[in-house]
Ligand binder design. Sequence first.
Ligand code: BEZ
Length: 324
Amino acid sequence: MKHIAKIIASAAALAVSTFSAHAADFRLGLITPPPHIWTKAAGAFGEELAAASGGKHSVSVFPARQLGNEAEMLQQLQTGALDMAFMTIAEVSNRAPELGAFYAPYLAKDIGHAGRILRSDTAKSMLEPLPGQVGVVGVGYGMAGLRQVVSRGEVNSAADLAGLKLRITPFTPILDFYNAVGAAPTPMPLPAVYDALANGQVDAIDMDAELIWVLKYYEHADTIVQSDHMMFPMVGLVSARVWAGLSEDDRAMIGDLMAKHVDSTIDSYVAKEAGWLEQIAGTGKTYTKVDASFFGDAVDEWNAIWSKKTSSLDALRATAAETE
Ligand code: BEZ
């Protein structure tokens, strides 16, 4: 609640008078496919908003990049052409580099810990500059699972990743990480990944357990390295222009309900991550579980680069220690 009150104040400071009508049917975009946990949470948010507003508001959900990739959707949010999105913090961090601190390798010791970090006041405070900085209101966090490595060849050590074309989500913290590892990181949006791995356009991918299992990425791989090296936060966003045109009551209702449903994804991943990993391990592919030492100096290199790029690392580390 405190967080929603602060973002109401900060978005009001930015208030743009061009948007005055109250949209009755909000358009919400995401890149994830229909069966994905984020997409289901978006649908549930729309249903609850329609009920809570007595039918005054509804939400049309556009999954699977129907409205464009995340960079394009972020632009649409800025202009008010799109009302809402559930988006990777990865994409938002391209405009707000402070958020890159979430990707400190091994900041979270496991998926539950990642959830506790994202539910902290430190994490919430990092959303407050977004209306002024990016033109969007961040109502709260969700997440996907921790990141793993899936490879077409055998990977027994980080040396085996050297020079591999390794698909990454297009954002700088993960690029810096795999450059430090010595791989050839290849930025590629989610919908292109299956074919790229299947046809050998990339040798390996950085991915989470849900998608490795549900979208069957493992079918085109020889090795799965359960490295759990990074968390992968998501954020519920409302266009600041649209937000500025809403009444205080609507902002509170929409902000609270959206925050509730993006937060519910944290519980889903905490409950399901271990089961997906177990099923992936049972596929007969080479499956290894490693820790930070697998990546050698790359973790320290990342920390050295990012301690200069973001001032939030120390606060997030302190929060990580408190919530361990
Ligand atoms: C990815 O780029 O790997 C990704 C994007 C959204 C949800 C999950 C994974």
